[in-house]
Design a protein around this ligand. Sequence first.
Ligand code: ATP
Ligand code: MG
Length: 342
Amino acid sequence: MCVCKKGFNLTETLVLKENFSYLTETLEKREKGKRFYMSKVVLELENVNKTFGKRKVIDNISLSVKEGEVYGFLGPNGSGKTTTIKMILNLIDRDSGIIKVNGYDTKKQFEKAMECIGGIVENPDMYRYMSGIDNLKLHARLRNIDKKRIDEVLKLVELNGRENDKVGKYSLGMKQRLGLALTLLHKPKVLILDEPTNGLDPAGIKKLRDILKEIAHKDGVAVFVSSHILAEMQQMCDKVAVLDNGKIVKVEEISETKEEATEHVELRVKNINKTIKILKEKFNLEAKTEKDAINILLPTENLPKVVKELAISDVEIKAVIPKSHTLEDIFFDATEKEKNKK
Ligand SMILES: Nc1ncnc2c1ncn2[C@@H]1O[C@H](COP(=O)(O)OP(=O)(O)OP(=O)(O)O)[C@@H](O)[C@H]1O
Ligand SMILES: [Mg+2]
């Protein structure tokens, strides 16, 4: 039996080696994640304005997107999403403000900025009578991109196996994914997509969501994606900016841990005043009352303690209803606050 220098036999050495490579792999992944999450801002908008005729469509918006982040741009129809995206891609001029991609000003350093960005607004550019792979080859040739990259992007967007079919025979989801592959060919640092899930079925949306998360979280690309669908943004994004009437009214991190750590609860009780007093005195909780219900936000692990204390104090509890604090609440809170300011 082989005994190694430090006194481990072969089996022990193999187990150690396996554990060690698992450990280093995990640490590498963590490092990679950390690098991207703590890393630099690659898309920056500062006090950007746009007016069409007399109508102010974009009102002094500022935002920043980091490498490895899926950043949602959420707003109702006509709020200014496409206009903003067109300004980022320099398809239309801004009236004032600064837009930088990877540190390059999109006006003053246009070419350098555009080298770092890829985007799809409305329909992606592609030839229907050509196959998917021929579309990719054509773009690669025009932009002097290595052929090896074609295989990489095909795999990334899960079109390998269908690359030789004519684009005219692709489904909508496949066309969207080919569009994505075309924009990813030159390895952009920032990917901009205007309502990419429009028209896709739930399976297509999930596939696209997984692809975008992979591009961001594994390759460190900053993905900026617009939508008017709240639930979709909640599942897809790390951060969401809420746009209303051309103004950013809220920026919110979509953190799973935050969702888990606190809970919105509605309490239905017989003695409202007594309950509010107990909540304040024993738990330092501020309660909001709405008709016969009390709403509180509290750390998840404290809920059983609160219920127990109320019961001991002879409060008659009719119901305890957990209320999730969703993006929908955030959206309506933010837009409601804006309306009230007017
Ligand atoms: N070329 C243009 N000329 C005049 N007004 C425009 C032009 N483009 C957009 N607008 C106006 O700017 C506002 C914002 O439009 P935009 O297309 O950016 O909204 P959106 O958030 O993308 O909406 P949707 O969800 O419907 O795509 C709308 O009032 C629209 O009518
Ligand atoms: Mg639009």
